[in-house]
Design a protein around this ligand. Sequence first.
Ligand code: FES
Length: 289
Amino acid sequence: MFKPLDDFIQQQAWLETAAGPLQAWINDTFSRAGGAGKTTKNLLNGTWLGHPLHPVVTDVPIGAWICTFVLDTLAGMSDSSELRTAADITLATGLAASISAAGTGWTDWSDTYGKDRKVGLLHGLTMVTAVVTYTVALVTRLSGARRAGVILSNTGLAVASAGAYLGGDQVFDLGYGVNRTAYHQGPSDFVPVLSESELETNQPTKVDADGRAVMLIKQGGQVFAMDDTCVHAGCSLSGGRIEGRSIICPCHGSQYELDSGSVINGPATRPEPTLSVRLRNGMIEVKGE
Ligand code: FES
């Protein structure tokens, strides 16, 4: 991020003050809704899609509003009422699509922490400002004050662009939403990591497999191995809780099947990498895919 902007954001203590209660309110709302809340959160996170949903749906309002800008510019040059109408339609389309962008964005943000949480909150508030500006712009246009409406929508595009910059920074600079195991590989052949007798049943245990942190779990005489780093935000899964044939991450509650690593509940959207396991001479050996 542009350094003076980064410094400015870090000086904004109010962002941290506001973030805690807001995150608690969002998460409490999902929790109070029970199973329906969990299903809704999985839907908004993109767990069902295998990819975060927010960056997918944000393309619609941003694209629509860029069309509004282009159509307004062309309408200004040609004095075409059809182009003016088309510009209003794309503006309204962007506003309608911003509902799903907001729902997915605030849901993702509710599981952030640290610097990511501050930048994310500013990103969200900036986008809310853009939506309010566009709403006023649409009302102003429809009431006949065309010129003022166009100025307002152009202002909205500038605000939304600033918000998009902050959102992009969250991913490309701070790493929000990236697969935290993307570069984890190997070992390419089986390596011994722990003696069989040392692994207790239903006790997640972290071991080192040629430099890769791996979690072992023994259940029903079978040993499962998966990467110890949670794909969502990097927490250690060996600090998690077992539920049936699954492990629940201690940080934000992502739940993975032990045998396949498939995501049962988010916020994770990708499967947790698993490793092959074999038992040799009283030792547990693992191998990466
Ligand atoms: S780090 Fe967020 S669910 Fe595991």
